[in-house]
Design a protein around this ligand. Structure first.
Ligand code: GCO
Length: 443
């Protein structure tokens, strides 16, 4: 059968985040983040793992850029550690931190790799958490200052910028389930973290426009197609969809919050709806819905919802118990965005799966299969008019997988964490071939 081709300027990339790969957590004036504090409590993380050594990318960024250049990737999505730039969240800029990211960006540009820069990938400066973190509106103001500092420092380079990475995961898993930093178990704190992160996003988009920085900006949302298990389950499925997807899509793209997302119903975020509304000041939703250049989508899989409004398993899971793999879900998501929201270029900024076992392996046929089927569904959606402009694989490297520590390996390149040796897996070779031909086989 004919291969399925992609548009000529399609952006193929790989992704990481600062706390997951950098290591060097006390180097060059970096201040502590909430993930340093959270990982200091050994019981919080599998194996008592911490951000050290990560994949030592703070020191190895030149050779990692060479590796990406060998793979042929067109873009690298990394995140900036806020506490390297503002060690206490405010006050004086730490020049050494800015210089590091300047050097990384230049290493990429020198190799023809487009920087794709995430400003917040969950590692809030601990000093801001001590002042209430995302439960406080002031954190959104601090974020806008931090963003402005980076637009001034790096805005002469053509790049893609992402304000907040997965505000849902940070709000729900970090403030409601207590499984990520800051480790809270309070639905009202989660609701406040939703609004304040979205406000921070909008303020940063405004700062980006005012700065005249080059390139494009958007927010990175992890979206989860929801399927009712039978006709009686559609009400519950709609509520799960409201809290998982529309709570983030609607304010950013439509300037409204879906009322079904929050309240004492199965499938909803069980916070106080009146308190959530009281956080919102006049004009906030205009800020949150400040027009973006693109919408970044992170897609891992799907969920089912039963008539009781409970999420249930309808597909095989990977080693990550939350990941139910269904490639067609990506097509369903992309066409839904096309049909239900105003037109905006879409960019897949994360997509991938972990190895089944924690041991180093370079033999990953399951990941080749995962990537092939997801690229096929992306091509299918493009063929039906979805404005998809690129696809990033999570992750370039095995790295620190949050509460799972180093026991879940998501890289297309394996890392031996004792020696920091990099070993491309079969999926890296497969991805390289897809990039070189700008096409994927149809079978
Ligand atoms: C994100 C993701 C990553 C994870 C990946 C695998 O928010 O960008 O959570 O940081 O490592 O999704 O779980």
């Amino acid at each position: 059968a004919e291969p399925m081709g992609f548009p000529a300027d399609y952006l193929w990339g790989t992704a990481t985040s600062a706390f997951q790969v950098e290591g060097a957590t006390t180097v060059d004036g970096r201040g502590p983040s909430i993930w340093d504090a959270f990982t200091a409590v050994k019981a919080n993380i599998r194996g008592g793992a911490t951000g050290e050594p990560g994949a030592d990318q703070y020191r190895r960024y030149e050779s990692d850029a060479d590796l990406m250049s060998d793979l042929g990737v067109g873009a690298y999505r990394f995140s900036i550690s806020w506490s390297r730039i503002f060690p206490t969240g405010a006050g004086q800029v730490n020049r050494a931190g800015v210089d590091h990211y300047r050097a990384l960006v230049e290493a990429l540009v020198a190799r023809g790799i487009r920087p794709a820069i995430t400003l917040f990938h969950w590692d809030l400066p601990q000093a801001l958490q001590d002042g209430g973190g995302w439960q406080e509106r002031d954190t959104a103001t601090r974020f806008a200052e931090y963003a402005r500092t980076l637009f001034d420092a790096l805005g002469d380079v053509e790049a893609d910028w992402f304000t907040i990475n997965e505000p849902k995961t940070h709000a729900f898993v970090g403030h409601w389930y207590g499984v990520h930093a800051p480790g809270l178990t309070d639905p009202d704190a989660a609701a406040a973290a939703v609004h304040h992160q979205l406000l921070a996003h909008g303020l940063a988009v405004q700062a980006f426009r005012a700065s005249g920085a080059r390139g494009r900006i958007g927010i990175a949302l992890n979206l989860l197609p929801v399927y009712a298990t039978d006709p009686d389950a559609t009400g519950g499925a709609d509520r799960v969809d409201a809290s998982e997807n529309r709570l983030f899509l609607d304010p950013v793209l439509l300037g409204t919050y879906p009322v079904e997302a929050i309240g004492p119903y199965p499938g909803s975020l069980p916070a106080d709806a009146a308190a959530f509304e009281a956080l919102q000041q006049p004009g906030d939703l205009d800020v949150v819905s400040e027009p973006c250049d693109l919408l970044a989508i992170q897609y891992y899989g799907v969920t089912g919802v039963d008539p009781g409004g409970n999420t249930v398993t309808i597909e095989p899971t990977s080693a990550a118990s939350w990941q139910q793999i269904r490639a067609e879900g990506l097509y369903d998501l992309l066409t839904r965005l096309r049909d239900e929201y105003p037109a905006i270029p879409l960019l897949i900024t994360e997509n991938g799966m972990p190895d089944p076992l924690p041991a180093v392996t370079v033999d990953d046929p399951y990941r080749v299969d995962y990537l092939r089927t997801h690229f096929q569904q992306a091509a299918r959606a493009i063929g039906e008019g979805v404005p998809l402009i690129g696809h990033f694989v999570w992750s370039l490297l095995d790295n620190f997988e949050w509460a799972e520590g180093y026991a879940q390996r998501w890289g297309i390149v394996a890392v031996d964490f004792d020696t920091q040796e990099r070993m491309p897996k079969a999926s890296a070779g497969f991805f390289s071939d897809v990039i070189a031909s700008n096409a994927v086989s149809s079978a």
